[in-house]
Design a protein around this ligand. Structure first.
Ligand code: ADE
Ligand code: ZN
Length: 337
């Protein structure tokens, strides 16, 4: 493998646009918080917990992911989790990150939504990585629950920039949340949704047409529909692709079969992200490295992916331009590899 290219990819300035903060909770921190909060765990050790991270699909992952989040009770727990992620992001040369959080996972256990949002937000404010927050609705829960969550979050409206849709995809199509997203749109929130991870291309169409999302999270199954692929390309609709997640959750059998290169070749604004780095064993750089080691991606692709990551962000245009100039200056130093 071209080690110079890997070095370039790891050191390039980048944005991360698809990271669930609860998915950054490392087993060591789960155990430390369980002890601090007196929460019983069903695993005797960190190693035993890690050994259980053997997923065969999205649901088998989500069951363990929600169990792991049960140790988060206090504002400081949310702060510590977020600060740990931001330190990893900084080490991976992430300049800007748009962080998902799942309030319903915590409010269902009696944690006040203000503690969730304030803890995560305070860690972002204390970091020198630029970080904004996206509140995700759990799609396996009801529309009514999503509306109640939105209402409860509104006193903290200045602390998040958008909303998303995550959790079990198949059987919970975007149309279930059409009215919630319409309300969020009126409130001026940015809109994203997971679609086309395990669900069919029809879910991506519904996210575009009914939810009016500005980015598709995952979206890798769009290539099954030629017209949809053309549309996503012509609308410059970004996809937040998560390579290691797709392998661990068996969306693709092997990284050699991942369609990241086909997405780029189809002219799509694909980006590389970590999704749930503690569970899929890799923060954002590990995702780039895994993809570049297994697929015929070169220097031009690295440059494109770095640019896509900022272009697809919800940063103000002047900020985007600043980071895009930093990316171009970084790549100007390298000859074609
Ligand atoms: N929540 C955390 N990670 C997720 C994923 N990959 N898909 C859907 N919901 C999630
Ligand atoms: Zn995700």
């Amino acid at each position: 493998m071209n080690t110079q290219l890997l070095h370039i990819v790891q050191n390039m300035p980048k944005a991360e646009l698809h990271i669930h903060i609860e998915g950054s909770l490392e087993p060591e921190l789960i155990f430390a918080l369980a002890q601090r909060n007196g929460v019983p765990l069903s695993y005797p050790s960190v190693d035993a917990l890690r050994a259980a991270y053997d997923f065969h699909d999205l649901q088998s992952f989500l069951d363990i992911y929600y169990a792991g989040a049960s140790v988060l009770l206090k504002e400081q727990d949310f702060y510590d989790m977020t600060a740990a992620y931001l330190a990893k992001a900084k080490a991976d040369h992430v300049r800007h990150t748009e962080i998902f959080f799942d309030p319903q996972t915590h409010t269902a256990r009696g944690v006040p939504i203000g503690d969730v949002i304030n803890g995560i937000h305070r860690a972002c404010a204390d970091s020198d990585v630029s970080a904004t927050l996206i509140l995700c609705f759990l799609r396996h829960l009801s529309e009514e629950d999503a509306f109640a969550t939105l209402d409860a979050a509104l006193p903290y409206r200045d602390k998040f920039i958008g909303v998303g849709l995550d959790s079990s995809e198949v059987g919970h199509p975007p149309e279930k949340f059409e009215r919630v997203f319409a309300r969020c749109r009126e409130l001026g929130l940015h809109l994203v949704a997971h679609a086309g991870e395990e669900g069919p291309p029809a879910y991506i169409r519904a996210a575009l047409d009914l939810l009016h999302v500005e980015r598709i999270d995952h979206g890798v199954r769009c290539l099954e529909d030629v017209d949809l692929t053309r549309r996503i390309a012509s609308e410059k609709m970004a996809l937040t692709v998560c390579p290691l997640s797709n392998i661990k959750l068996r969306v693709f059998d092997h990284m050699r079969e991942h369609n990241l290169l086909q997405l780029l070749d189809a002219g799509l604004v694909a980006t590389v992200n970590s999704d749930d780095p503690a569970y899929f064993r890799g923060y954002v750089n590990a995702n780039y490295v895994a993809a570049f080691e297994s697929l015929p991606l070169g220097l031009q692709h690295a440059h494109q992916l770095a640019k896509n990551s900022f272009a697809a962000s919800f940063l103000p245009q002047a900020e985007k331009d600043k980071y895009l100039a930093e990316v171009d200056a970084y790549f100007a130093a390298f000859d074609v590899v």
